[in-house]
Every structure is written in C-alpha cells, then in structure tokens.
Design a protein around this ligand. Structure first.
Ligand SMILES: [Ca+2]
Length: 449
C-alpha cells in the first residue's frame, strides 16, 4: 500500500525531532557572582559547606586553572561571545542606565543555541546593557528572561537605590522574595514547562554571592563560629548551594540529568580575600589581574560523557565555552566575527592538553594585560597605567611569574629572566594585535562594583 508523501515526510520530521532532542544535550550554565576560589568544598573550603556543588563537581571534571576576567560584565561578554575582552571592547562594568552594552554587532551564545534548535532562557543577572531594548536579553537570543539587568541590587526589594531591577521578559516584575530563591524557582519552572520538542539552554547567573551581603537568618545559623561579613557570605553561599541542589533535583525528576551538561564557574575572583572571601593560595582578588582576580572555581559535569573525579589543570578560559557548547549542540560556528575560544571537549573527555598556546587576560583598563603560556605568566602594565599609582616603583612595567613553582605570584622574575619576558611579550602583542578600544563611551567613570 502506498503511503501519502505528506505522511512519510511528517514521520521523517517527527523522527528527526526525536533524534535531535535525544542526541543534543540540555545545557545548564550556572554562574556564581564574586565567589572565592577556595570557597567551594571541591576546591578545599573548610569553614563553608557546599554539598550540592561538591557532588556535581565530583561527578565530573574540576577545572583548576579556569580563567575569567577580573569583574562582572567583561566575563559575561566573553561567555556570551567566545571572544576576548580586547575584541568585544567590554573592558569594564556596564553601570545602570549607561548608554552602552555588549555591542550589537556581537552574536551571542543564546542566539547561536537558538539557531541550533534550542529553547533558551536566562534566570539571573544579565549585566551586558539594558538602556535600549535592543541590548536586553530577549533581544539577544533568550526566549525567556527573568531576574536582574544589572548588579548590586537589594536581595529582598530588588532595587538598586530607587530603581527596581527585577524583570520578566524584560518588563518590570514585582515578585516578592529573596532573589536566590526566586532565580531557582524560575529555573525549576523553566525545566518543568520546557518545550518538549527542543533541548533546553538555561543560563543561570546568580547575583549571589555578590554584595550587598544579605541572607535569611536560617542560612547563617550553621556558621556560629564565623564572624561578620564572612558569616553572612557563608550563609549566602549555602542558600545558593541549596538552590543549585533544587535545580539538579528537578532535572532528575524530569529524567533529564543524564542528557544535561552542567557547567559551573564564578564570574571573577573573590573580593576582600581573607576578610569576606577565600581565594586560597592565589594572590589578591576581584578587580586585579593576579590569579586571585582571574582564576576561579569551576567544573563541568555530564554523566557518562565526562569521567567522574577528573581534575584538569590545563589553562582554560571562559571564551572556550562558546565553541564547545555550540559544537555539542550541533550548531554552527560560521559567523562574521572571529571566535577566540577553542573547543575544549577533548580536554574534558580525553587526555588532551589546553588547545591554547597562550591565553590573554585583560584588566578593566586597556593598558594593563597579562598572558599565560604554559607555566609562565607575564603582566604588562603600560607606563601611563603605572603612573596613576602613588608608588610607580611598586608597580613595575613587567611582572613575570612561574605559576607551577610560585602559584601565589610572590617572586617577580622579570629582571632575572629578560629573555622569557621578551618571548612572552611577543605572545601578548600577538594576542593584542587587533585590540579594540573600550565600548564604554565614558570608560573612566567611577564605579563601586
Ligand atoms: Ca562579579
């Protein structure tokens, strides 16, 4: 018996959809805000408990040398584009109502995932511009938006000063509650109400554990031995960890866990290390180009695909997730702007080394940058940048560190190893060859974030 062509095509279409949904993973990217390198149990925390993060990390690969940018917006721009700060021009923080954002010429990860057939959602902090609707998440590839556009809001009122910064689909939203709880509740609903014909890309950038330091008392109670801001911060981290546990439980309830790639990282190093956060052996913290500012706690987990218990020390960068995730999603990397990131799947799943010969780290000022190549790191501070400091002698033009022998960046080898400085400076110059100026029309304006 002959079947009508339309029926055959319909069956083929359904079969293809089923195939696509089965084989394309759901992707959940969880980002913490301002979390210390050593404030996760899986990275050695002793006084703060993160059982849900620890379980996920141990089920997959812990990334011990994962690099981001020193502050919020530049890191998020690089995640969304797979491109270095020197190419996006997002060197600094996008302040509320500032007349700029991630340039509209940039294609975002959400747009690429949408093109690959994904349902896309953000629950949490955007921080890449909102002054015109074209810069807002629903215009940058997200089918669903929930949460805050910028940073430093009150966790309960969702206001920064007098401005309400809580939105659903980029419209003001007056939901009541502690923001970590609301972000998690939305994520669980998005998972349960997902489009069953599509895989899900869920971007979950918490505003925890960034200041203002606020948390319900019940989360602080287990930390009686801690004092002051560290105690509140520990409670905020516990609330975020609990939220992540709820989201993973929802994935399990929906039978999605085995087909979901989960990535976790902080967006920059911990601020006030030793007082509020703990960056472990790393030097300094948020806002600096030392390891404490740009190397963050991170892991990736996907049962059956990434071996449990793996620890990866190869230097990787947040720009790498753009091509890596798009490749896993079966999407296209064909685009107008060149991608700086590399597919790190062989590093995660096999024994491959970092695909980068050298990694670029930019500060919030175009005149200060660093390069990491192998065990070496060179920081170059242009003279004009050094002069801004009170003691130029304390801010040398070059700092050279051997990170395997000196992870804490205590011994500047620039004077004793001039040949290595020359070699590393060449790599840095290559990486900065097509650097663009800041996309911020007022790049020197002060910000307290
Ligand atoms: Ca941050």
């Amino acid at each position: 018996m002959k079947r009508p062509l339309s029926l055959i095509l319909c069956c083929m279409n359904l079969a293809f959809q089923g195939f696509a949904t089965e084989t394309k993973p759901n992707i959940l990217y969880i980002m913490a805000d301002d979390m210390g390198y050593a404030d996760a149990g899986f990275n050695g925390a002793k006084d703060i408990k993160t059982p849900h993060l620890d379980r996920l990390a141990k089920e997959g690969a812990i990334l011990r040398s994962f690099y981001v940018q020193p502050v919020c917006s530049p890191t998020r721009a690089s995640l969304m584009t797979g491109r270095y700060v020197a190419h996006t021009g997002v060197y600094s923080i996008v302040r509320p109502n500032a007349s700029w954002g991630l340039p509209l010429t940039e294609k975002t990860l959400a747009q690429a995932m949408k093109n690959a057939g994904y349902e896309t959602a953000i629950s949490g902090k955007w921080h890449l511009g909102e002054f015109q609707s074209a810069y807002q998440p629903t215009q940058r590839g997200f089918d669903h938006q929930y949460g805050l556009w910028f940073g430093m809001i009150d966790f309960y009122t969702h206001k920064r000063g007098k401005i309400l910064d809580w939105h659903r689909n980029d419209q003001p939203c007056e939901d009541q509650g502690y923001s970590t709880h609301l972000i998690a509740k939305e994520a669980c609903e998005r998972i349960r109400k997902r489009d069953l014909k599509k895989p899900l890309f869920l971007y979950l950038p918490f505003n925890a554990v960034h200041g203002p330091l606020q948390v319900p008392d019940s989360y602080v109670a287990p930390y009686a031995s801690l004092k002051g801001n560290r105690k509140t911060y520990a409670g905020m981290l516990s609330a975020m960890d609990e939220a992540i546990g709820q989201i993973v439980a929802t994935l399990e309830e929906q039978k999605m866990r085995d087909n979901t790639l989960i990535v976790f990282s902080s967006d920059n190093g911990g601020p006030s290390p030793g007082k509020i956060t703990d960056n472990g052996p790393l030097r300094e913290g948020k806002g600096t180009i030392y390891e404490g500012g740009v190397r963050v706690c991170a892991f990736a987990t996907w049962p059956g695909k990434i071996a449990a218990g793996k620890i990866i020390d190869h230097p990787l960068h947040i720009i790498d997730w753009y091509p890596t995730l798009i490749q896993r999603a079966g999407g296209s990397l064909e685009q107008k702007l060149p991608i700086d990131g590399k597919d790190i799947w062989p590093v995660l799943t096999a024994e491959a080394k970092s695909p980068h010969d050298a990694l670029l780290l930019s500060s919030t000022q175009p005149g200060l940058a660093a390069v990491r190549a192998g065990d070496w790191k060179l920081i170059h501070r242009k003279a004009a940048t050094a002069r801004k400091k009170k003691s130029p002698a304390d801010m040398p033009e070059y700092e050279l560190y051997h990170l395997r022998e000196d992870l804490g960046e205590t011994k500047n080898l620039a004077e004793s190893q001039p040949q290595k400085v020359t070699e590393m400076k060449m790599l840095l110059d290559q990486l900065l060859h097509k650097a663009v100026p800041s996309a911020d029309p007022e790049p020197n304006a002060k910000t307290s974030e």
